[in-house]
Ligand binder design. Structure first.
Ligand code: ZN
Length: 409
């Protein structure tokens, strides 16, 4: 039987679990040790540690303290791993916790985190998704049901001291260009809500003061939010410290490319069954700076799409130069506007693009002055025909159901 090396109790505060942490720092002690070739299971909290409830009130999304995230299970020490090696992590399987067979999606208030389309959706809203085995549906967004492409939003190894210092330096330099921006440009270390695993006393306080926040993806992987890094994938991580220190969390039942809604994909608590191996000296052998991975041999098959184009011209008609971020925004807004013709609210459309297995593609980056991005909406997830036709759209929804909203106090 495979050992569960880290257990989480959803009725216990994540901060009381010493095999969980919410900052990146090389001095965080290993939560457990394994050998190359071992397979084992780690349980995880959802990324907020249970802050978002299964109800019809979005005030929890509005009021969430984002300095507390993400709660990660680990770090797992791998015997014999040394700086310069590659750690191979095979995601043998991933599932939801039996006592939490549901997940959440939402968007934060612009004044507390925001999101990709926060200028269009400035208030906190959420949708709850129920799991039916490998499928999910939401009482807040009728008319859709789809198979999960389950993946960890966040997985990576501990940085060394030099790399940590570099992260903090470059991110602070960015913050300094506009320190009062809402939402902020980046999140600096924040000691008071740091959870440093087993660390205690003065050592803990020192590490908490410089521990990197878990929000951005970095050279070690981290919060990459790649939907295709799913169960069955094999990932090759750079190793920076003795033992590697592998941590995982922020499990998603499903996500659209970009995780545009930020709170987040379909977020869940669960477990990851994984196997580790080493390639000694692999970073130099393969010229690896950021992780690489092989995708899963098993993915849901959605082959029919309606594809929305977007270009780098903003809402005011202003021309921008090859701005892929803006082009993807416009593609998303075009898809949301289309969905409203079938009776969805704009918020339902936005939430669906963050939750369903939509694809985002960078389609053109050389045709000055416009970048072109595309948003691929799978048409088979809908219980009605979403395709355009001469007879015009049929309103599937009457507007009586929408996402709960919580306005700023
Ligand atoms: Zn997430």
């Amino acid at each position: 039987m495979t050992d569960t090396l880290i257990k989480v109790d959803l009725n216990q505060a994540a901060t009381d679990n010493e095999q969980v942490h919410n900052r990146w720092h090389p001095d965080i002690p290993m939560a457990c040790w394994v050998n190359p070739g071992d397979d084992f299971i780690l349980e995880t909290y959802d990324w907020t540690g249970g802050a978002i409830k299964n109800d019809d009130d979005a005030s929890d999304v509005r009021d969430v303290d984002l300095s507390t995230v993400h709660y990660l299970s680990g770090p797992v020490g791998v015997k014999g791993a040394q700086p310069g090696d590659l750690l191979i992590v095979e995601l043998l399987d991933i599932g939801a916790k039996q006592d939490m067979l549901w997940g959440f999606n939402g968007f934060f208030s612009k004044n507390n985190g925001g999101g990709f389309l926060t200028d269009h959706f400035p208030s906190a809203q959420k949708s709850i998704w129920d799991f039916e085995g490998m499928f999910t549906k939401s009482r807040h967004i009728p008319g859709v049901r789809f198979a999960g492409l389950i993946h960890p939003g966040l997985i990576g190894c501990l940085p060394d001291h030099k790399m940590l210092a570099e992260w903090n330096k470059r991110e602070q330099a960015l913050i300094d260009t506009n320190p009062t921006r809402v939402p902020p440009l980046a999140n600096p270390p924040f000691a008071s809500t740091a959870h440093m695993g087993k660390m205690q006393g003065e050592a803990r306080d020192l590490a908490a003061a410089t521990g990197a926040r878990t929000v951005p993806p970095r050279e070690h992987g981290g919060n990459c939010d790649i939907k295709d890094l799913s169960r069955g994938s094999k990932i090759f991580f750079p190793v920076y410290v003795d033992g590697a220190g592998l941590s995982v969390g922020d499990l998603h039942f499903s996500q659209g490319d970009g995780e545009i809604t930020f709170c987040g994909a379909i977020e869940m608590a669960g477990w990851v069954h994984m196997k580790v191996e080493l390639i000694k000296g692999g970073m130099a052998k393969y010229g690896i700076k950021n992780p690489i991975f092989k995708p899963s041999p098993i993915v849901p098959t959605y082959n029919n799409y309606l594809i929305f184009e977007g270009i780098s011209v903003d809402d005011d008609g202003k021309q921008h130069y090859l701005d892929v971020n803006l082009a993807y925004k416009q593609a998303c807004l075009n898809a949301i506007n289309y969905l409203t013709k079938f009776g969805y609210s704009p918020a339902q459309g936005y939430s669906l693009l963050g939750s369903a297995p939509v694809q985002g593609h960078i389609s053109g980056v050389v045709d000055i002055p416009n970048a072109c991005a595309t948003l691929w909406l799978p048409t088979d997830i809908f219980e009605f025909d979403i395709n355009p036709s001469a007879s015009g759209p049929t309103k599937f929804l009457d507007g009586s159901i929408d996402l709960p909203i919580a306005y700023d106090k």
